[in-house]
Design a protein around this ligand. Sequence first.
Ligand SMILES: NC(=O)c1ccc[n+]([C@@H]2O[C@H](COP(=O)([O-])OP(=O)(O)OC[C@H]3O[C@@H](n4cnc5c(N)ncnc54)[C@H](O)[C@@H]3O)[C@@H](O)[C@H]2O)c1
Length: 354
Amino acid sequence: MKILITGNLGYVGAIVERCLRKAHPDSIIIGYDSAFFALSTTGAEVLPERLLNAQYFGDVREFPDAMLEGVDAVIHLAAVSNDPMGNRFESVTEDINYRASVELGRKASKAGVSHFVFASSCSVYGFAPGAARTETDELNPQTAYARSKVNTEKGLSEIADNKMIVTCLRFATACGMSDRLRLDLVLNDFVACARATGEISVLSDGSPWRPLIDVRDMARAIDWGISRNADDSARFLALNVGSNDRNYQVKDLANAVAEAIPGTKLSINRAAQPDGRSYQVDFSLFRSLAKDHQPRVTLLQSIYMLDEGLRGMGFADPDFRNSSYIRLKVLDAHIEAGRLTPDLRWSTQASADF
Ligand SMILES: NC(=O)c1ccc[n+]([C@@H]2O[C@H](COP(=O)([O-])OP(=O)(O)OC[C@H]3O[C@@H](n4cnc5c(N)ncnc54)[C@H](O)[C@@H]3O)[C@@H](O)[C@H]2O)c1
């Protein structure tokens, strides 16, 4: 099997590479990424991409057809990958996350790819009070990022044909340790706060609901997506990926971290405005279809692995929210230095001092 992973130099990609190399030792795995965060590795002794057969650098907005030659499965992770970046780069988010993604799907189908897996998000449910949302419930995206995921799912459903099996995995919020760790995710942020300052201060009132999934479990779900048989379900699927027992309120997550890391103080801003993003999600469909690829990592295991990883890195930066572990900060620094253009393309100008 030949597998192409776009956006593989990211937080999730680093773990997907490990999972797939283990599950498919003889396959050819290649990566394609614009490398926005390529230097943001954490505690890795060698590049995580050593497990690949080849790494290519490029932009999915100019995706070369030749890259798809002989490819059986595409895992499409490349994206402007969270709300703060989506808000700051709204039209670029639409171009990269939506237009380029649907175009890649079209090219993949034409090239004879058999499985196309798209990394969607439960944020498509946006503000969804009340019962846990299922795949047939109405979507209510609140941000440019979430809208881009909704539009891409729709675009991919329209190009789905008899040739390619398309799976849109609506992931719960990611958490957990990775060789390319990011700290702009709720659980990761809490563990980093506890480790660096001994204190977690929840900026919201803590009431929003967030389903969580560890990156290792995301990787297992992706492995299911590239191998699934369409006979027992549909050729096109958009489904929630996580587990019913991992819907948490933000304050529960903060409490769990404070209890797991002794000595951590916790403050919750009870006067804060409620967050516009809150949803519980029903993962029963994923449970029934992907029996052998269900989430296994518990909340406590995610916390302990993060804590161990951070301690192993000697992490102690109380100002980490302004550091290279925060994706928006990395992009802003590249733009300020003239390395990236405002529409997130690398500048090929040599520096003046050469
Ligand atoms: N982390 C989460 O909570 C979460 C949850 C649900 C879904 N997802 C989705 O999973 C995917 C991977 O997320 P992640 O956390 O690893 O994100 P990440 O930001 O760490 O990695 C994304 C990668 O995509 C690359 N990329 C961005 N624009 C590109 C372009 N134009 N051309 C080529 N490469 C480009 C970046 O360089 C980066 O390496 C994303 O699609 C994201 O939306 C993430």
